[in-house]
Design a protein around this ligand. Sequence first.
Ligand code: SAH
Length: 350
Amino acid sequence: MDKTDLKSLTLDEIKEFYKSIGEKSFRGEQAFKWIHNKMINSIEDITVFSKGLKNKLKDNCTISNIKILERYDSELDDTKKYLFLLEDGNIIESVMMKYKHGISLCLSTQVGCRMGCAFCASTQEGLVRNLTAGEILDQVYKIQEDLDVKISNIVLMGSGEPLDNYDNVIKFLNIIHSCEGQNIGYRHITLSTCGIVPKIYDLADEDISITLSISLHTPFDEERKKIMPVAKRYSINEIIKACKYYIQKTNRRITFEYTLIEGVNDSTENARELIKILKGILCHVNLIPLNPVDEFRYKDPNKKSVQKFHSILEKNGINATVRKEMGRDVNAACGQLRRKYINEDRNIAK
Ligand code: SAH
């Protein structure tokens, strides 16, 4: 039988687990604090536990642990990109960005992705597997430890579709928010999704006020189907309805991401239709000039057309910003680095 990973258990679950092996639940709470606040990586490091308890725990459980494989430091800004090696040999990536208001981390939620967006490097070889809550958390812990910093914001915008790994992502949110752990406020966390409608409703019903970010990329269903296969399942109309429900439940402003791709979705007509569908919704549009991926034919738009798109939105009362490009020299776009690393066929086993 697989041993239980203590790092992936919420506070309630770890207390229950301790009871199930005949220990007091407050011992579970202690373990939780050591794992998620002190960020220790082995049962041996929980120095408040007796030898007997440690041995009993080792028979029943483990503490999962990811390792930094490489770190790439941007020379253009303070962005740092990390490649992590998981215990089963898989590789994931995360990005650290420094802003005036603090340090923000972009985390992966899956190894690969099965959403198939036509411009995204993460999805090129499909989904390998979901990350556990512990592996999502560990990206935070390892970066904090490596840089000796406390991070303030998290965006679930790395590789993977967070709502396609719903249960583990909810556990991650619960644990990272816990005051016995890192105590990161829900308002400092953003979850980005390509628009899995039923899960948006589920998330709204969780009563956690994280920022929801929708990868819309075009206001036209037919165009969206060409670049995002998920659009064949859920229409823009259904997504907007779910967003309205999310706003009603959480009172949070929604972000719509719009990756601008030259000649595909950057026309005046696109901007005008976007205004129509977003009118009256508590939202913000994040325009992202495409970060071109070698294997795809898509190009990034020139600066002028980005500005034009932006100003049409603004003039019509839609709040929008153009995402500041960070760490382009370290392949900071989704999944680019992992693929590059794997393609270079490096021997990671040694
Ligand atoms: N699966 C989630 C989160 C990961 S992708 C989602 O779809 O939202 C995070 C954002 O980066 C998404 O908006 C995605 O469409 C965008 N993205 C992916 N590849 C990109 C690229 N090459 N250039 C610009 N944006 C990209």
